[in-house]
Design a protein around this ligand. Structure first.
Ligand code: NAD
Ligand code: TDX
Length: 335
């Protein structure tokens, strides 16, 4: 199989690239990524000489380049991870979210349809469903009701993907996963941001009262789920992905501080995110029952491995937080 992975240099995409090369040594993988601030080639160190792996620096919104690549490579399948992925950035600058997440997806869909792709998987998010109250969980039938420019752009992309199935019978799947954590996550997201601040003995910023709840999944469990959908997902179907690990942000901060032997006094409450979704929780019974997927990581194991990974890879962290990251942090957290 010849597989195009877009956004494969980012946090989850790079995990999926490694996962596929390891588990399917007969597959050829082409990774197309624009190398934005979130795309760090150090995430894929060690793959440079793998004969089944090719990296192409390109933007999914660049139709001519995308088309040339499809013409040349004769792909069988496509998995689209490429996106602007950070909610806070989308609040300050929605334009690029519309461009990459919506228009980029349409370029990929058009091109994939034109070149007879056998399966197109759109990697989406539980955030398209909006926010839950104190109980219940999102199923694939929950109406979409996105609340941030990020989730609105992902929901729009999902609707386009769906329309290519309904209109052209183009074989798509959409996956909607909960909050990922694990190695190589950019430290703008909650867990690596806290980890980086703790190791520098700096306060950790918790939005509002810290009672907002997220449902956490270890990144490799997400990759295994996308693999199941790529191979056995029924065309046109949506699959939720999650592993029943709900924690408030405050609980999460305390767990991390405890694991790192740091004092709870580092927790600092800061002004809330605008339009902050209260709670996400995923019902993943469809992918479990229909495709036989199960999460393998307990939250305790996954979080310990993540903390150890960051502490053992300080070079990676130091490179990532140098330069632009410091400007972003300073501007955003001094609101
Ligand atoms: P990330 O920000 O770490 O990586 C995104 C990657 O996409 C980067 O390598 C970046 O260079 C690339 N990219 C951005 N714009 C591009 C463009 N125009 N053309 C080509 N490449 C481009 O994101 P992530 O956390 O790894 O998320 C990957 C996907 O999974 C996204 O689609 C996101 O919406 C989805 N998702 C993320 C989570 C999560 O918790 N992080 C949960 C559910 C779904
Ligand atoms: O400094 C912070 N303080 C804080 O309290 C940051 C960065 C976040 N938070 C809160 C906001 C959220 O309730 O922590 C929670 C998690 O925040 P993020 O890591 O920014 O993730 P979230 O907004 O939930 O979105 C993530 O999960 C779904 C990913 O970034 C998305 O790409 C994915 O679709």
């Amino acid at each position: 199989m010849k597989l195009l992975i877009t956004g494969g240099v980012g946090f989850i995409g790079s995990n999926f690239v490694r996962y596929m090369l390891q588990n399917y040594p007969e597959y050829e993988v082409v990774n197309l990524d624009a190398l934005t601030y979130a795309g760090n080639l150090e995430n894929l160190k060690g793959l440079e000489n793998n004969p089944n792996y090719t990296f192409v620096k390109a933007d999914i919104t660049d139709r001519a380049t995308v088309e040339t690549l499809f013409k040349k490579e004769n792909f069988d399948t496509v998995v689209n991870f490429a996106a602007e992925s950070h909610v806070d950035r989308s609040i300050n600058n929605p334009d690029v979210f519309v461009s990459t997440n919506i228009m980029g997806t349409q370029v990929l869909l058009d091109t994939a349809k034109k070149y007879g792709i056998q399966k197109y998987v759109q990697v989406s998010t539980d955030e398209v469903y909006g926010s839950l109250g104190g109980d219940g969980s999102f199923t694939e039938n929950t109406p979409i009701a996105p609340n941030s420019p990020y989730s609105a752009s992902k929901a729009s992309a999902d609707l386009l993907v769906r329309s290519y199935y309904k209109t052209y019978n183009f074989p798509i799947n959409i996956t909607r996963c909960s909050n990922n954590y694990g190695p190589y996550q950019f430290p703008e997201k909650l867990i690596p941001l806290m980890l980086n601040n703790v190791r520098e003995n700096r306060p950790i910023p918790i939005y509002g009262d810290g009672q907002n709840v997220r449902d956490w999944i270890y990144v490799e469990d997400h990759s295994r789920a996308v693999d199941r959908v790529l191979h056995d997902g029924i065309p046109g179907e949506i699959y939720n992905i999650g592993s029943n690990n709900e924690h408030s942000n405050l609980e999460m901060a305390k767990m991390l501080l405890n694991l790192m032997d740091a004092p709870e006094s580092l927790i600092t409450f800061v002004p809330d995110r605008k339009g902050h979704d209260f709670r996400y929780a995923i019902d993943a019974s469809k992918i479990r029952n229909e495709l036989g997927w199960e999460a393998e990581y307990s939250f305790e194991t996954g979080l310990k491995e993540t903390v150890n990974w960051y502490l053992n890879n300080l070079d990676w962290l130091n490179h990532v937080v140098s330069g632009d990251y410091r400007n972003y942090y300073k501007t955003y957290y001094s609101r």
